[in-house]
Design a protein. Structure first.
Length: 338
């Protein structure tokens, strides 16, 4: 069987099916944004991301400092998605011969900036040579109160589905960068045209983890029943929550938050903007569910929008269009194993 037939999450499920845990300190293993390890009165959250040149990033248009910053942020986001706080990271690099010391210092300047802004310590890692360009692996360790950790598996029928920020902008930023890369081919003094679309480029090159949303939820006394960050697209993440929680869902097209620049860019490249929001990924917004009785609290949170509700499992997962039709959701986000 080809690995691409299973995809990333299918392969993970197959490799880890029936995997036992033998240590009582292992509270939660494979299958969520972070593993959970019990440590006295707090739980440690552990997550790892691997980024490969030519697969996850293109140094033609990604500055090394931005790459370092983003590499750290995507790990912080996983910890916040479990309702925790990132505390430490380790950084491991595979470096090919074309990189100089100054190049790696520039990469690290971005990692250090992210750590400074989010209050995270860089505590170790490893460095080796690479025959395939730049490889970045970051492990993040976070903390959370055991009774405040939020997984993917707690959503219940009638819960409200909420999302922070707006969706699809990072994907549109990628399309813009790729377009300008093609336009620059063979031109010595090419100047890319990002006028009026700076927000899209920023969302792709320099995303932020939604620490502010986690703080707002805590201040409002809201503990989500399920939560994930939107790294692979809204549709994919919703289906993860529904699968792990044993529920269905309905999201409403008209409620999906879209930025004006995202809509304009989608029109320029003749793409349905809702498709970008559902499947684009790399937004690193927080997708979460809350009980129906929390509606009055959650609707007043700045930067948060209620986009749908959880249903019974037999109703499946669907988006309700503006004209009332129901379209089944499909996990069509980016698959790194294709």
């Amino acid at each position: 069987m080809e690995i691409s037939q299973l995809g990333e999450f299918g392969l993970i499920d197959r490799l880890t099916q029936g995997l036992p845990t033998v240590n009582p300190s292992t509270i939660r293993g494979v299958g969520d944004d972070c593993a959970v390890i019990r440590n006295h009165d707090t739980d440690m959250l552990v997550t790892t991301d691997l980024l490969l040149e030519g697969v996850h990033f293109d140094l033609t248009y990604v500055p090394l400092k931005h790459l370092g910053y983003k590499s750290a942020i995507v790990n912080f986001s996983d910890v916040y998605a479990m309702n925790g706080t990132p505390k430490q990271i380790t950084v491991s690099l595979g470096i090919s011969k074309r990189f100089t010391v100054e190049h790696i210092e520039e990469l690290y300047s971005g990692i250090r900036l992210a750590c400074e802004i989010y209050g995270v310590d860089l505590v170790g890692g490893d460095t080796t040579s690479s025959r395939q360009g730049l490889v970045i692996s970051i492990t993040c360790i976070g903390e959370a109160d055991p009774d405040k950790i939020v997984t993917r598996s707690g959503a219940k029928d009638t819960d409200l589905i909420c999302v922070s920020g707006d969706l699809g902008a990072a994907y549109m930023g990628l399309q813009l960068l790729e377009r300008e890369k093609v336009a620059s081919a063979g031109q010595k003094d090419f100047e890319p045209n990002f006028a009026g679309k700076e927000y899209l480029v920023e969302r792709q090159l320099k995303p932020e983890a939604r620490k502010d949303i986690v703080r707002e939820l805590a201040q409002s006394g809201i503990v989500p029943t399920a939560m994930m960050d939107v790294s692979d697209g809204l549709s994919s993440e919703l289906m993860h929550i529904c699968k792990d929680s044993g529920v269905g869902c309905r999201v409403f097209e008209e409620r999906i938050p879209i930025d004006y620049q995202t809509a304009i860019m989608a029109e320029e490249i003749d793409m349905n903007v809702i498709t970008a929001a559902l499947n684009g990924g790399e937004d690193y917004e927080l997708l979460f569910t809350v009980p129906l009785h929390s509606h009055d609290k959650v609707k007043d949170l700045p930067g948060v929008k209620v986009i749908g509700h959880i249903t019974k499992p037999e109703l499946g997962c669907a988006m309700v269009t503006r004209d009332g039709a129901e379209i089944p959701l499909q996990a069509q986000g980016w698959n790194p194993l294709k």
